[in-house]
Design a protein around this ligand. Structure first.
Ligand code: A3P
Length: 322
């Protein structure tokens, strides 16, 4: 639990000064807030979202730890949910001109945070589609109490770490000295639970347990499964969102169209994703290799073993393996 803050005029500087802090890798510091390590750059947005968001029962919130397949899930969920208005085969589909992060904004960044877009919640189509990186037990109480749905995507922590170590130095080069030693240091911090929105085991287990307890409200996906059977998992996503594909749509190849539209190779080649920017990150940094098991090319056996031991200890007892 964390202290409840009822006063709207909380002095953020004072609050931050009172909270535990550690070295950061994407923001100068990590702040321990509501039991997770929050990158200081998103702290004001996380704080504001936590206190002011009023969910609707029909809201759908996409959740992930950074570098777990967030961008892909946003593209798939958006194009599936809005396919009546934007057919996936249309040349002017919004994904052709907007990065997925623009179409499905992060609550703590684009709506309550500092990404500078100042999005107006009243202008959102219903059901509203949002995203967040916040762990389950740290979400605003109002989210748990509402009827809103959550789609969670996770990924093998070894691959997530490698992905992050390619991403973060492009966004914040000054926080990375480079090479294997940086990756080793970051991995050490992750093993201690100190990483954006970590510890990773709390993040994964919070949504895993919630999906077992409330399967109609929380859908738990793995990046690896989505890679292996994108169409099959897309059908699950559509059904979960209350927008199942009709037999006619299946016959007409709508599922395959969405899969293709949202594929890494398609999105990566779009001008908007080669040149645009989402807050501090260039759009192109969100699209790399998308390979399952790429960690073997970057982590030494002893680095991998260290993390695998923690996964074995923390995740396996709950039936969560990669
Ligand atoms: P790699 O760095 O392993 O290539 P996030 O979207 O959560 O930031 O995660 C980024 C990771 O997802 C990157 O992994 C990126 O290449 C991969 N990714 C991005 N778009 C994808 C897509 N359309 N399909 C599959 N993987 C995708």
């Amino acid at each position: 639990t964390w202290p409840q803050e009822n006063d709207d005029d909380v002095d953020l500087e004072e609050l931050i000064a009172s909270l535990p802090k550690e070295k950061g890798f994407i923001s100068p510091i990590h702040i321990l807030y509501r039991n997770f390590w929050c990158p200081s750059g998103v702290f004001p947005g996380v704080h504001s979202f936590s206190r002011h968001f009023t969910p609707h029962d029909s809201d759908i919130i996409l959740v992930s730890k950074p570098k777990s397949g967030t961008t892909w899930l946003k593209a798939l969920a958006f194009s599936t949910l809005r396919r009546d208005v934007f057919p996936p085969s249309a040349n002017n589909h919004p994904l052709m001109s907007s990065n997925p992060h623009k179409l499905v904004p992060f609550l703590e960044l684009s709506i309550y945070g500092q990404a500078g877009e100042l999005l107006d919640l009243a202008s959102f189509s219903v059901p509203r589609l949002f995203a967040t990186h916040i762990p389950h037990d740290s979400l605003p109480e109002s989210v748990g109490q509402s009827g809103c749905q959550v789609i969670y995507i996770c990924r093998n922590p070894l691959d997530t770490i490698v992905s992050f170590c390619h991403f973060a130095p492009q966004v914040k080069p000054e926080l990375w000295s480079g090479g294997r030693s940086s990756m080793e240091e970051y991995l050490d911090y992750c093993c201690r639970g100190i990483e954006p929105f970590g510890p990773f085991w709390d993040h994964l287990l919070g949504y895993w347990k919630a999906s077992l307890e409330r399967p109609n409200k929380v859908l738990f996906l793995k990046y690896e499964d989505l890679r292996e059977d994108t169409a099959g998992n897309l059908k699950r996503i559509a059904e979960f969102m209350g927008a199942p594909f009709s037999e006619e749509e299946e016959r007409d190849g709508v599922i395959e169209e969405i899969v293709k539209l949202c594929s890494l190779s398609s999105l990566k080649e779009l001008e908007v994703n080669k040149t645009g920017k989402h807050w501090l990150a260039e759009n192109k940094t969100f699209f790399r290799k998308g390979e399952v098991g790429d960690w073997v090319n970057h982590l030494t056996p002893s680095m991998a073993e260290k993390l695998e031991r923690i996964m074995e200890e923390k995740l396996s007892p709950f039936g969560l393996t990669f």
